[in-house]
Design a protein around this ligand. Structure first.
Ligand code: PLP
Length: 385
């Protein structure tokens, strides 16, 4: 055993695979619950899209979190993992009829609605079932986040949400409809956000909008501020649990909740990223003209974040104690972007060595594809191997 990994057990498992440290996941959930319990009315939903592995979902459900889903498939996965339907929120710009019907049949907590045409369809489908859908409007707060351009969602130019200037119109439309009940406002400004001032900017915007609604005598049951809290990809060991205190304290200090209102959060990455690693085996060390390549059996089909977002993941050779050498760590896929890292230091690597790609618990296994007719990577929890 070198570091935190049970290498002897890994030897028996077909690589590449995802390894989830359930002890760290439980500690992370405990840290969340500890901070949340200090604030009246705070409710946390786990954003299922970050990682829908059934074992991971079960641990999160056991900790008492609700679920935030962005598709019918995710609603099914959440229900199967035992999440209570009345703790499920459902967001997404393009909900199809069967997905809306699934939400209605299960009486989910709320649909986060992103347009008038969608509102009309939900009203109609709810009417056919003799139901009333609880709806929140996702408002685009035009608040920028200091993160990768592909993962900001709260700017006016993004496809998400309803413009602030249309907020009252859509609420009035909903009030005229028979089969929807307006319960809340929903926001989500982006992902991998580490600067608390971005969340502060959202709080200020929510305060403004709440005042505006009060002036029109419109009451809001709950506010949902989405997720987006980032993690430390550079230091997965030293900062294995994100600073949830700073995150929740920011909202407690800056967002002015009205009496009886609940404040909902949808955290994905911050819950699951650090507990997961992609474990892969070194196939070949190739001496290039100017550098060495460490060719591993995992590729962008198993973990696409480096290729898609130029994301950094810490990489370790967990089989070797040899002196450090510089390598490009690359996968076997027929794409030049199939590179996990360039010129990083690894303990001297040989064929057969196990390599851990760290902080891969979020947007890793769920984004795997079968491109090149590859097999999907399996996920294993630390307490089952
Ligand atoms: C992706 C997403 C989240 C979770 O984002 P993280 O950055 O993983 O916390 C929350 N809410 C909505 C609506 C999302 O689309």
């Amino acid at each position: 055993m070198k570091g935190i990994f049970p290498i002897d057990k890994f030897e028996r498992i077909q690589t590449p695979f995802y390894y989830y440290d359930t002890e760290l996941l439980r500690a992370t959930l405990h840290a969340i619950n500890t901070e949340v319990s200090k604030h009246e009315g705070f409710v946390v939903h786990y954003a299922v899209k970050a990682n829908a592995n059934p074992k991971v979902l079960r641990v999160i459900r056991e900790a008492g979190l609700g679920a935030d889903c962005v598709s019918g498939g995710e609603i099914e996965a959440a229900l199967k993992a035992g999440f209570a339907a009345n703790k499920i929120v459902y967001a997404g710009v393009g909900k199809s009829d069967w997905e809306i019907e699934l939400g209605l049949d299960n009486d989910i907590f709320a649909f986060n609605v992103e347009s008038i045409p969608e509102l009309e369809v939900i009203n109609e489908l709810a009417g056919q079932k003799g139901k009333t859908a609880r709806i929140a409007f996702r408002i685009n707060p035009d608040v920028g986040a200091h993160t990768h351009a592909n993962i900001t969602t709260g700017l006016a130019e993004n496809k998400f949400g309803i413009a602030m200037s249309d907020m009252e119109t859509v609420i009035e439309r909903a009030a005229e409809m028979q089969h929807v009940k307006f319960v809340g406002l929903h926001f989500h400004i982006g992902s991998q956000i580490l600067d608390m001032s971005d969340f502060e900017a959202l709080c200020n915007r929510v305060n403004e909008l709440q005042t505006q609604l009060e002036n029109h005598r419109i009451r809001v049951e709950n506010i949902n501020v989405g997720g987006g809290l980032g993690i430390d990809y550079q230091h997965p060991n030293r900062v294995s649990i994100p600073d949830f205190k700073a995150y929740f304290d920011t909202y407690a200090k800056k967002l002015k909740l009205r009496p009886g209102q609940t404040l909902h959060f949808e955290l994905g990455r911050a819950v699951v990223a650090q507990c997961g690693s992609l474990i892969t085996r070194t196939l070949y060390i190739k001496e290039g003209a100017h550098k060495k390549f460490c060719i591993v059996d995992a590729g962008m089909t198993d973990l696409i974040r480096p290729a898609l977002y130029q994301a950094y993941h810490k990489i370790e050779n967990i089989s070797s104690e040899l002196p450090m050498e510089a390598y490009d760590v690359v996968g076997p896929i027929c794409e030049s972007s199939d590179v996990f890292a360039k010129q990083i230091d690894l303990n001297g690597a040989h064929r057969g060595d196990l390599i851990a790609i760290r902080s891969a618990g979020a947007y890793g296994e769920v984004m795997a594809s079968q491109y090149n007719c590859r097999k999907l990577p399996q996920g294993y929890a630390s307490d089952e191997i």
